[in-house]
Design a protein around this ligand. Structure first.
Ligand code: GCO
Ligand code: MG
Length: 405
């Protein structure tokens, strides 16, 4: 069997997705997600111009060799664009291998470790009451873990909370330039403890609560926040500080027992090596699409397992359903799986394009039993929703200084 053709699709059913389809001479094909929000066309060009020509004629079953060829072989290692491109190829090859073996991918990884995958849903709100009302609705739908985010009084926009806008695309209107948001740590601290105090009062002790800081705090501020939230028993505090310098987390860790999670922007195991081996975090949140595919996600999971770190893959709306499927296979297998972020199975247009049979019930997702990843891609439907240029926002402090978004 050889790789006969590789097609790259960029469609926008509400938001942009980059999809790779590897077609073999036997007719079997595989699908992968290469979406990099705000930089989609860079990955698409990388795949089209630099990756696809090198893979035509190769054995699609040599997943490991192809991964090494694209990572080690090119000299220019790592980086978000490169790793999203490699990720999509890797996912598509696992999909093909599963179809050849007539087994779902989780079986190829080592088989089932659990009956279903625990999810956490997002409860966002324009104020604390609104967030808690949304949380109650999700609890009513059976969710047992919730990420709580609430707008910060006095700021124009707060990450994770879009008010009446359904996504960041709508926020940009017809002028596709990065929207500008503001940040003030003092105003945030004035809100955040009340959010969790009220949440425990109204939602009780049984529901798991999580919170995303989206890298807005310095390490010492993160340490203070972790301590402040200890009484409310969070499942984890996500992205408290940027960890380009992984040592930042030593300071945070020394001061708090609130569990820590990070990793949604990481491209390789090297980005989290020190965090994991020094046990500075509790959950690693890498995504198959941004960390190079299923092959390295499996390595990260095994490495993390040695240090009592659990996996909690990123599950934002800017990862395609193909990535979500890949995560469900990894999560069904990984002995140290923790929890999966979940924002629904996509809008109506997405459901016409990405065809899947994932079941979500009572806050748990159940992986497809179809051979491979168990997801299909409707090319004609995708063509109806062409790419639209768009950006993620940027963030500035109130004096105008550019800050982490
Ligand atoms: C999360 C996230 C996302 C990101 C987005 C950026 O779900 O935890 O932080 O919402 O902001 O994926 O591309
Ligand atoms: Mg996040």
């Amino acid at each position: 069997m050889i790789i006969k053709d590789i097609k790259i699709f960029v469609c926008s059913p509400g938001r942009n997705f980059v999809t790779v389809k590897i077609i073999t001479d036997s007719g079997i094909y595989g699908l992968g997600d290469a979406t990099l929000n705000g930089r989609e066309m860079a990955v698409s060009a990388y795949l089209e111009e630099h990756v696809a020509p090198c893979l035509i004629g190769r054995d699609p079953q040599a997943i490991e060799d192809i991964w090494q060829y694209l990572y080690r072989g090119v000299y220019w290692r790592r980086g978000a664009v490169t790793m999203a491109a490699i990720a999509a190829i890797d996912m598509a090859l696992w999909d093909i291998k599963g179809k050849i073996a007539e087994m779902p991918v989780y079986q190829l990884l080592g088989g089932r470790s659990r009956k279903g995958v625990n999810l956490y849903a997002h409860a966002n709100g324009s104020d604390i009451t609104d967030t808690l009302n949304n949380a109650q609705k999700l609890i009513g739908q059976g969710f047992k873990a919730l990420r709580l985010q609430s707008a910060v009084p006095g700021l124009k926009v707060t990450y994770g909370v879009l008010g009446d806008k359904k996504d960041y695309y709508e926020q940009q209107g017809d002028r596709p330039l990065p929207p500008e948001e503001d940040w003030c740590t003092t105003k945030y601290f004035a809100m955040v403890e009340d959010l969790f105090k009220e949440a425990r009062k109204h939602l009780g002790d049984k529901v798991h609560l999580l919170h995303d800081v989206h890298s807005r705090l310095t390490p010492v501020e993160s340490a203070r926040l972790g301590k402040l939230l200890e009484p409310y028993n969070l499942l984890f505090l996500e992205d408290a500080s940027i960890a380009e310098n992984q040592d930042n987390y030593k300071l945070i860790r020394q001061h708090t027992t609130t569990p820590l999670a990070i990793g949604e922007t990481y491209n390789t195991i090297w980005d989290c090596k020190d965090l994991i081996q020094n046990q500075l975090i509790d959950y690693i949140r890498t995504a198959a699409t941004h960390a190079g595919g299923i092959t390295p996600m499996r390595r990260i999971a095994d490495f993390a397992n040695m240090f009592n770190v659990r996996t909690a893959p990123h599950g934002a709306p800017d990862l395609s359903p193909i990535c979500f499927s890949a995560h469900l296979h990894l999560n069904t297998w990984a002995p140290n799986f923790g929890i999966q972020e979940y924002v629904g199975l996509g809008n109506e247009q997405m459901q016409q394009i990405f065809l899947q049979d994932i079941r979500v019930e009572e806050g748990m997702a159940y992986v497809s039993e179809q051979p491979g990843l168990g997801i299909d891609f409707n090319e004609e439907a995708a063509q109806q929703y062409p790419y639209k240029r768009s950006y993620l926002p940027v963030s500035r402090l109130e004096d105008g200084t550019l800050w982490h978004w």
